[in-house]
Design a protein around this ligand. Structure first.
Ligand code: ZN
Length: 153
């Protein structure tokens, strides 16, 4: 698939989100591993005259990242439908024996406020998109197309 993937400013929390843009079809996926925001624009119908797109958007309510001791990871974006019961389940999963608690985290995002419930989000988790972008350009150099901000957790 022909796509460009890069970091972009999250419209929900202002930190760095990930954008995956398919330049041949105009389809786009944006998701934020900080607050859980996600957006997709996909082709609904394709005729010779026009393309019709379908858009879906969910404001973020937080993220759950569980890294197992074998290195495999599970990432969950929490949307507004997240229930207390689901959160309790996620907390239980976090504390399981096969999970590396030092590399896992459970963060809520509500009313513009981040709350770390469990674990340790990475250092860049806390940066605004502008601060993040500055760090990435300092580390990798400014790309030819300056919207192509590298992605790092
Ligand atoms: Zn966000």
């Amino acid at each position: 698939m022909a796509s460009n993937i890069y970091a972009t400013k999250c419209p929900c929390c202002g930190r760095s989100a990930i954008e995956d843009y398919y330049y041949k079809t105009g389809e786009q996926y944006t998701y934020c591993m900080r607050c859980g925001y996600n957006y997709s624009k996909t082709i609904e119908k394709c005729t010779t005259e026009c393309l019709e797109y379908k858009e879906e958007k969910n404001d973020g309510n937080g993220v759950v990242v569980l890294e197992k001791k074998d290195g495999s990871r599970k990432k969950i974006l929490l949307d507004s439908a997240v229930t207390d019961e689901q959160l309790e389940n996620d907390k239980t999963s976090f504390l399981a024996d096969n999970i590396d608690q030092n590399k896992s985290y459970l963060v809520l995002f509500r009313d513009g406020v981040f709350t770390v419930l469990l674990g340790n989000p990475p250092e860049k988790f806390y940066l605004s998109f502008e601060e993040y972008k500055e760090k990435m350009f300092a580390k990798y150099g400014v790309p030819d197309y300056d919207f192509m901000v590298p992605i790092e957790e």
